[in-house]
Structure formats: structure tokens, C-alpha cells
Write a protein that binds this ligand. Structure first.
Ligand SMILES: CC(C)(COP(=O)(O)OP(=O)(O)OC[C@H]1O[C@@H](n2cnc3c(N)ncnc32)[C@H](O)[C@@H]1OP(=O)(O)O)[C@@H](O)C(=O)NCCC(=O)NCCS
Length: 145
């Protein structure tokens, strides 16, 4: 089930985030992301949170600011489902596009985004704290109208 985040999910999300990202992001980063997100969805299996996606609205677009699935649940379509739901809700809020940054080395996430129609629109050199660059990817929500 995909549902909206509630405060009691914070610890679960923090754990998923810590496991999923390497090098690690400091916990306060996640706290800041979550408190600035306009839409935060979790994947819940029988009361257990196994993934989340956080979206921040900008003027006429929305940005995916954090997105992860618990390690042992990856590869079963949960990320795809969370992304579909988030995009659906962004579209309903009348936004024109969805943006995100992804590590150039993160081919797995890039594959998923490309399947959903995202395209690389820019490279942001040295974007991450460890110096790795990011691809800025965008999905135009009017392409399929
Ligand atoms: C990216 C992530 C959220 C995807 O979630 P997921 O539940 O594993 O993804 P899904 O099972 O829905 O897979 C969707 C697509 O991802 C890609 N994918 C999944 N597993 C993959 C693997 N082992 N190798 C390459 N691509 C893979 C495929 O394109 C797959 O589509 P397919 O099943 O039709 O082949 C998850 O892998 C994750 O949490 N990764 C670590 C954190 C991260 O990188 N977040 C994104 C930051 S921008």
C-alpha cells in the first residue's frame, strides 16, 4: 500500500535512507528534506514501511528530493510504484515537469527514471559532498497530452 507519511514513520525512513545511500547523508539532511517536502509518500507492507518518496513543489515544477526502498525489498517494483504515485499527484497539482538529481554512477535509479520518461537535461559537476557529479533529469508532464 502506498500512503501518506505520518510522523511516526520518521525512524523507519531514517533507517531506510541510512542503508540506501552511500556515502551517507547526515541525519539532519533528511530532516530538512522531509520538513520542506510538499508531498511525502511511504510504501507500507502490513504496517512496515519499506520505502518512501519526498517531493518539493517549485513554481511550475516539482522536485523529487529523496527516494529510497529498503535494501531487501529492492527490485520488486516498489520504487516504480512510489514514483508513479508521486508523478500522478504532481500532475494533479498542475505542475508542468518533474525534476531530480541522480549520481552519475547510480545506473539503477537512472534506468528506472528513463523507463518513466525522464531525460538527462544537464550535468552538475561536483554536486555531491564527496565530489561526484549529478545528472539533472526532467520529465515533461505535457509530452503525453
Ligand atoms: C532506486 C530505487 C528507489 C528503486 O527502487 P526499487 O524498488 O528497487 O525499483 P523497482 O523494483 O521498482 O525497479 C524499477 C526499475 O529499476 C531498475 N532496476 C531495479 N533493479 C535493478 C538492478 N538490480 N539493476 C539495474 N536496474 C535495476 C530497472 O529499470 C527496473 O525496472 P524493471 O523491473 O522493469 O527492469 C532503489 O533501488 C533504491 O532505494 N536505491 C538506493 C537509493 C537511491 O539510489 N535512490 C535514488 C536516488 S536519486
Amino acid at each position: 500500500m502506498v500512503r501518506e507519511y505520518s510522523v511516526r514513520d520518521f525512524k523507519d525512513i531514517l533507517k531506510i535512507e541510512e542503508e540506501a545511500f552511500s556515502p551517507k547523508n547526515p541525519a539532519y539532511d533528511l530532516f530538512v528534506y522531509l520538513s520542506h517536502s510538499n508531498d511525502l509518500l511511504v510504501a507500507d507492507i502490513g504496517g512496515k514501511v519499506v520505502g518512501y518518496i519526498a517531493v518539493m513543489d517549485m513554481n511550475d515544477s516539482s522536485k523529487i528530493i529523496s527516494f529510497a526502498v529498503k535494501k531487501e525489498f529492492q527490485g520488486y517494483g516498489i520504487g516504480s510504484l512510489l514514483l508513479d504515485r508521486a508523478i500522478e499527484r504532481i500532475r494533479l497539482r498542475g505542475k508542468r515537469s518533474v525534476l531530480l538529481e541522480v549520481r552519475v554512477s547510480n545506473l539503477r535509479a537512472q534506468n528506472l527514471y528513463k523507463k518513466k520518461g525522464f531525460k538527462v537535461v544537464d550535468v552538475i559537476h561536483g554536486y555531491y559532498r564527496d565530489g561526484e557529479s549529478a545528472y539533472l533529469m526532467a520529465l515533461n508532464l505535457f509530452d503525453d497530452l
